[in-house]
Design a protein around this ligand. Structure first.
Ligand code: EPZ
Length: 429
């Protein structure tokens, strides 16, 4: 198993190209199941999760081609997905437990084929993460759903799913995506209220529209979808990853550096930019993306995670790393997931002063962090330790970086090109 070795203290300077967004790409890949024509996706990030989704789709019968070649078990910058010949409507436990986003095949399979069997994902490191809203929404569209042997068994009524009005009792990104996809092939109109407004939802809606779907309300919490008999093929480019961009913005800030994030979009990062401004980190728009600059003189700010357009939970751990070395105190409150502070004990091992009270963490800034061997059990917690390592005195080794590889493309190469002293090493080294 690989690990990262980081010697902290170098201010980062230069340009980083932001990759396509993992959390936009995964639902877009699942959307191929809605049509018997080819869906070509471009600007995909080269990540383990994208490969896992290709593998899941392939076992349903999707032909996955990269550069014209059969790509089962690999991934590429662009991929052609042809779901013309689906022979298996089951998403097995082995793949779903590896990656929760696998549940996104449920809506499309059920809408196009009238049935689907998808393993329940189970809990994960950051929380219990139930899928009850996905199920309730599909039931509102007429599906009969039973849970048996750890699987969701879903069946559409004779004649297919029917449009419905569904109010999400709680904002859910994945459930909004699943229901929006299902609604594109349902009979009549579906209205989704209190829908998630994340940019990744807009990306999926735009791709579905390119495939012939009719969707209104993009960017709002009320989505109106008029069902069609069929969708067709399309070519669609995945949007740039706002979470990768936000992470590198914080890397520039924590090292007192200056990075241009090529492809990053202000509109997707407004709350983050505002929070960073409060911490004395300057973010400005350039012709290529965003320029982030800091003189290292950081100030503590309070942060509360919220659904978009609020501060994203996927940047909470990174922001906490930043606040560890800011002047004064910062209260960080996590409202989306109940167990997303796993980075706290590891940051503490590096000299941070953090006290957790329920869903809030009080971070009192310290003048310096010190390098240490650390590890984390989820993606964003792992990258927060990388940020802490970049600022720390001495050497940090981040273990178990397969979590990082799920969501950050060549993170060490991108940061090292901007002056970070870091390398990937094999566990046995
Ligand atoms: C997406 O997860 C992202 N994953 C997550 O990214 C992200 O943290 C999360 O949205 C919130 O922004 C992908 O897009 C692939 P939710 P998702 O449904 O869709 C509860 C990362 O690091 N809930 O919006 O699974 C749930 O438990 C990650 O890249 C229900 O109660 O998140 C949570 O508390 C991890 N019932 C809240 O809603 C449901 O049926 C929001 O979850 C569904 C969700």
């Amino acid at each position: 198993m690989d690990k990262l070795r980081i010697r902290g203290g170098n201010p980062l300077k230069g340009q980083i190209s932001i990759s396509g967004a993992k959390n936009a790409a995964l639902p877009l890949q699942a959307a191929c199941l809605l049509t018997d024509e080819k869906l070509t996706l471009t600007n995909l990030p080269l990540l383990a999760d994208i490969t896992t989704m290709n593998r899941l789709l392939a076992q349903h019968g999707v032909e996955v081609h990269i550069n014209g070649r059969d790509a089962f078990g690999s991934s590429g910058r662009s991929v052609e997905l042809d779901a013309g010949d689906i022979f298996n409507l089951t998403a097995p436990y082995d793949l779903v437990r590896k990656m929760r986003a696998s549940v996104l095949v449920l809506g499309p399979l059920l809408a196009r084929f009238g049935q689907a069997k998808v393993s329940l994902p189970g809990g994960c490191a950051i929380g219990t993460r139930p899928v009850d809203l996905h199920i309730k929404g599909l039931q509102a569209m007429g599906a009969q759903i039973d849970i048996e042997g750890g699987y969701i068994l879903a069946k559409a009524p004779e004649g297919g799913l029917v449009g419905a009005e569904f109010v999400f009792p709680q904002v859910s990104v994945g459930a909004t995506e699943n229901l929006m996809m299902a609604a594109t092939l349902a009979k009549g109109e579906t209205i989704l209220m209190n829908a998630a407004r994340e940019p990744e939802i807009g990306d999926l809606a735009r791709c579905l529209i390119a495939m012939g779907a009719e969707i209104e309300g993009i960017g709002s919490d009320r989505l109106v979808i008029k069902g069609k008999d069929r969708l067709h093929g399309a070519t669609y480019a995945v949007l740039p990853d706002r979470i990768e961009a936000g992470t590198f913005a914080m890397a520039a800030a924590i090292t007192g550096g200056e990075l241009e994030l090529v492809g990053a979009r202000m509109a997707d990062l407004k709350s983050v930019v505002k929070t960073l401004a409060g911490a004395h980190v300057k973010v400005t728009e350039t012709a290529n993306g965003l320029l982030v600059a800091s003189n290292g003189d950081l100030v503590g700010v309070d942060v509360m995670t919220e659904p978009f357009p609020g501060f994203p939970t996927d940047l909470q751990a990174q922001m906490m790393a930043l606040m560890c070395v800011a002047k004064g105190a910062s209260m960080i409150t996590e409202t989306i997931f109940e167990n997303r502070f796993m980075h706290v004990p590891e940051l503490t091992r590096m000299g941070a002063n953090i006290t957790v009270h329920g869903s809030s963490a009080l971070v009192r800034g310290v003048p310096k962090l010190t390098g240490a061997p650390v590890m984390a059990t989820d993606l964003r917690a792992s990258v927060s330790l990388v940020l802490a390592g970049l600022a720390a005195q001495g050497e940090t080794t981040v273990n178990r970086i397969y979590h990082l590889d799920r969501g950050y493309e060549r993170v060490e190469a991108k940061l090292a090109a901007c002056g970070a002293d870091m390398e990937r090493v094999k566990e046995e080294d």
